[in-house]
Design a protein around this ligand. Structure first.
Ligand SMILES: [Zn+2]
Length: 551
């Protein structure tokens, strides 16, 4: 039999236990039909692509990502600490934007970090930088933001009570300082939310072009439709439009936020908890589908809003905040579980993690379900007891390797020396037999998967400290997380995550073998090409075009 495409001339790291390494891969339609080591056994292909001594791995898959927020942020003022290291520079960038934009428009800044700047912005100085605009500066954690007086006045925030799970920070005079924490950011919504459909489609399109260049072939959207992570109630609609227009170029699993879910009445005992029509995770196809229900239980560590049992190192009276009362969290998780949902609950601090574990202890005792794959997003601070409980309950933690480099120094400050070994564990989970996913939480940090893999292996902070050396993964374990592990975390492992017969031909071509290169050089590896469903989706060297038609 002749196949559509034969890929040769590379070392294929398949992650398929039956054949971990291959020298050729045969693709027919969208799927891999065979792989082998002996060139003499390769079938003939209508096209043969010679990959020039590269290394090929299953396509990278980010299990926790925010495409629309990232794509929208590409158009905002960049305040990342790599660009902006002083408050003066932050104000200068806001002033520049004010000079360019019409009065009365929004200036949105992205990713300032008070850990680097020394402090949050000052309201009076910010007001002078942009007196005629609305200003919103989003914190790097995306769990808080800073607004100017124009926004405070337009929304009457002077008198706004704090919402559950949020704070309008106030000075000694009782006036808002400009800082809005956690759910208080939702007070901005009358002015800023939802994003428009064309803006979201455009955001998806520009984000996916970058993802393919980084070797990503699949992502999971950790919160769409509602809540802090959602950009619009029409977010799923935007992904559908993007697909119809040919702009959905990376396979996407959507995690709807629980805030949009409700009890749906069926007949008699058929009632379920979920979204319109009773759709739930698994609905769709590998290009666009519904994944777990996303639930929030607390905030962020570097923003000092993650819920901690023993408080913050330099501020022990601050224990962070829970996004929901434990009784409400239990009700949501229980209803979702009993309605057949897989859930993915954001829990960073150990107090939030304990609350989630308490819930699942009760829920799984009451209604056991084999292979539920309920997830804990981040599991940022996990003490020894929590590790044991999480493993026993069969939950899947989803830590972000890249957090260690970009915000690890801030996490060390927040936690102090005693708890730092509990932070963003990886090895503890893998050694316990958990199929660990790989993810970035982009745009919180740079989402390039090779950076995430590098950091899961090296665990070095920006200042050069190694954070929890015991929690390092081997390069092969980190690769598995960012491919097979992520697929498994959303029940897609039969379709992707391995280069084996029957799976989708989603693969990433790399300049070097990440399992043999020096670990500190993994981040320097280049993505040579990216194939999705057997088609070259990113191919700057035109490898696929030079394919020899085989007669
Ligand atoms: Zn997230």
């Amino acid at each position: 039999m002749k196949v559509d495409l034969l890929l040769t001339g590379a070392d294929f790291i398949t992650l398929d236990p039956r054949q971990p390494r291959a020298r050729w891969l045969a693709v027919h339609g969208e799927r891999i039909v065979a792989a082998g080591t002996d060139p003499a056994e390769a079938p003939k292909g209508y096209r043969t692509v010679e990959l020039g001594g590269t290394t090929v791995v299953p396509g990278f898959h980010d299990a926790h990502n925010h495409t629309v927020q990232y794509g929208l942020a590409l158009r905002h003022v960049d305040l990342k600490s790599s660009q902006v290291r002083t408050l003066d520079e932050l104000y200068r960038r806001v002033r520049n934007a004010a000079d360019r934009q019409p009065a009365g428009s929004w200036i949105v800044g992205e990713a300032y970090d008070q850990n680097v700047l020394g402090a949050h912005p000052d309201l009076a100085v910010l007001d002078r930088a942009a007196p005629d605009h609305y200003v919103q500066l989003t914190h790097k954690s995306r769990h808080m933001c800073f607004v100017n007086s124009a926004v405070i006045d337009a929304l009457d925030l002077q008198d706004a009570p704090d919402p559950m799970g949020g704070t309008v920070q106030r000075g000694p005079d009782g006036r808002p300082t400009g800082l809005l924490l956690e759910s208080a950011m939702e007070l901005l919504r009358p002015l800023t939310w939802p994003a428009s459909l064309p803006a979201m489609v455009d955001a998806i399109s520009s984000a996916h072009a970058r993802y393919l260049a980084e070797g990503l072939t699949a992502v999971q959207e950790a919160g769409v439709g509602a809540g802090l992570a959602g950009s619009s109630p029409l977010e799923a609609y935007a992904f559908q439009v993007a697909r119809e227009q040919g702009d959905l170029r990376v396979r996407t699993t959507l995690m709807p936020v629980n805030a949009g879910a409700e009890p749906i009445r069926g007949a008699n005992s058929d009632d379920v908890f979920g979204f319109g029509l009773g759709l739930r995770n698994g609905f769709g196809d590998p290009w666009l589908r519904i994944g777990p229900m996303k639930v929030f239980s607390d905030g962020s560590l570097i923003g000092r809003s993650a819920a901690l049992n023993d408080g913050y190192h330099e501020d022990p009276c601050n224990h962070g905040m829970l996004a929901m009362e434990p009784v409400d969290l239990h009700a949501v998780l229980r209803a979702a579980h009993r309605s057949g949902w897989q859930t993915a609950t954001h829990a960073i601090g150990d107090r939030a993690l304990d609350a989630v574990l308490d819930c699942y202890e009760r829920i799984l005792a009451e209604t056991p379900r084999a292979d539920h794959r309920h997830r804990v997003e981040h599991a940022g601070v996990a003490g020894p007891d929590a590790v044991t409980r999480l493993i026993r309950l069969g939950l899947i933690p989803d830590p972000q390797g890249r957090f260690i480099t970009e915000i690890g120094d801030g996490m060390i400050e927040a936690l102090g020396p005693d708890r730092i070994g509990w932070c963003y564990r990886s090895r503890s989970w893998v050694d316990a037999g958990i199929e660990l996913p790989g993810s970035s939480d982009r745009p919180v940090v740079d989402g390039a998967p090779l950076l995430g893999i590098h950091d899961m292996v090296n665990r070095r902070t920006a200042s050069g400290l190694v954070l929890g050396a015991d929690e390092s993964l081997t390069p092969l374990q980190a690769l598995r997380a960012y491919t097979y592990g992520s697929a498994h975390a959303t029940f897609l492992e039969e379709d992707m995550g391995m280069l084996g017969s029957g799976r989708l031909a989603d693969l990433t071509v790399l300049s070097d073998d990440l399992t043999t290169i020096a670990p500190e050089r993994i981040r320097d590896i280049e993505v040579v090409a990216t194939f999705v469903g057997g088609a070259a989706a990113h191919d700057p060297q035109h490898l696929a075009e030079q394919a020899a038609p085989c007669i």
